[in-house]
Design a protein around this ligand. Sequence first.
Ligand code: PLP
Length: 406
Amino acid sequence: MGHKASEKIQELHNFGEFGGVNPSISDSSTYTFISAKTMFDTFEGNTEGCYLYSRHSSPSNLYLGEALAALEGTETANVTASGMGAITAVILQLCNADDHIVSSRTIYGGTYAFLKNFMKKFGVGTSFVDITKLDVVEKAITPKTKMIYCESVSNPLLEIADIKGLSKLAKKYNIPLVVDNTFSPLSIAPGKLGADIIIHSLTKFINGTSDCVAGVVCGTKDFCLSLKDVNKGAGMLLGSTLDSLRASSILKNMRTLHIRMKKHSENALYLAKQFEKDGLRSVYPGLASHPGNGLMNKQMVKEYGYGGILTIDVGSLENANALMELMQKKNLGYLAVSLGFYKTLFSAPGTSTSSEIPEEEQEEMGLSDGLIRFSIGLDDDIHRTYTMMRSCMNELGILSHDKVTV
Ligand code: PLP
């Protein structure tokens, strides 16, 4: 076996039933048994290699899970029908009524809304904290706290979580550290840094073709089995099951993840540096001006770079909207949410993916009106892209200093 996660993914080989180079797709929701006794044992979860019903498990989902466990270096992984399907199952599995969660305050808007609004139904409160301050995180932990939750690189502010430091805290209080690693597959390995459960929205970089929605929970065999428990498993009972056809297409895309991540990162670093030189307020973990740059350098896997996401602040929502519309017209990317596509995607998080966060709270966490989040694509000539983006900014007067908050 290779040492690197990318090699481990490449080395997995499950051949198709006629010797195909890709595993066969399991095209069935249910499975037959010759003996009723084996069926009973399988229902109880006792029979290796036997399948009962595809909400519980299917060969295609298991193959994809194996590749994702190899990616994150965990014992195993359960795939789900969306990133939110993974996040909600983990949270509901770990919490009972009236428990408490400590979470980063800068997280994906859907996760924020789930923790803040939905979990109220069960009396579960969340303390949203500045995750970059370990002392603040520690102070928020109470005897009822059931997990520390964060994103390794946060959406959309790109704050970097100190996973080693957080994991020490989590261990001290005997609670799991749950990390959403959607923004930084391969470049950050939360499991190696001490995270207990790692979640991804596969919808983004891991699948990379913006053609489906999917998620994963990577963790220990015990935890992943508990999610599948027929009596008490949030994965099994909430029913967020990935379709086998999709699992197999995501697995095929995963085999090029290492190449794509390098290119996304290379292009994003180039643009972030240029934008910063132009006097735009740019946020990118690869810039020395980013408060988490030192930490990122310490915890990243260097060859995959600082990731494909960057933000710039163009001073106002009007500027942001005009720029995004013009860039789309010039075919520099699409005005669209989500990330990890071959084409650059841009959106204004305050009015889209983080709109669940109330305006005052957005302001407090530094989510300004003029912020544009870019998911940088796989452009072959990024200098040309930059030149064209710059000319869009010039055309709109965005690069003149009175309009930009530097
Ligand atoms: N986590 C992060 C960091 C995200 O950006 C998103 C979606 O934007 C999700 C989770 C949710 O994933 P999905 O849309 O696949 O449910």
